[in-house]
Design a protein around this ligand. Sequence first.
Ligand code: GDP
Ligand code: ZN
Length: 210
Amino acid sequence: MILLNKIETGGEAENYLAELKSRFPSLPVAGVSALTGQLGPIRDFMKAGTTVTFVGSSGVGKSSLINAVLGRQHMHTGEIREDDSKGRHTTTHRELIFTADGAAIIDTPGLRSVGLTEDSQMGEWFSDVENLFSQCKFADCSHNTEPGCAVQNALALGRLDISKWENYLQMQKEIRFEKRKSDKALQSEEKKKWAKIGQTFKKIKKERER
Ligand code: GDP
Ligand code: ZN
């Protein structure tokens, strides 16, 4: 579900909320406030046995929301050092916290993305965008400068919101990023496999030569 925190700040926040609701009609969207304890449907989502995590940019109020849900100031403990993608060491800690109702919260302050994959059904929420693709003149349209591009037409006519299109492009970028990452992991698996086969073969060859 999509939470818009700091809703108690009023005007602009309410506008964003309305925009989110119209942008994602098939998703539960709620305005909440960690400050005033206005938690809307969060607790309904956190029944016993469920596991949730809060994802969002730093400063949006994830820690505050977790504290509000728990009804206490939660103290972080235990740190794990891990490599980030640039090979640097960053310090993050991960934790599993339980609410009084028996729901689990995975608290990962270092979480920067949710790891979108092609099969994560994101397309469902952008079906109006993806429906346009079949209306482009060229089947391999890149939706940039081609004549007869349904996306560019819809943007020009104001039928497709430019920020929605930008969201879609951003989502595709994240999917590609995750794919490259997993491809790299696969490649290194494959390398390891062949390295091992090579080593074993060398050994066998040596033994035969004896
Ligand atoms: P995190 O980085 O996502 O964990 O965000 P924090 O929980 O540390 O909150 C970031 C800042 O936003 C802090 O200064 C909070 O006091 C403030 N904040 C969090 N929730 C709310 C809220 O509902 N309303 C307002 N006005 N401020 C909030
Ligand atoms: Zn196109």
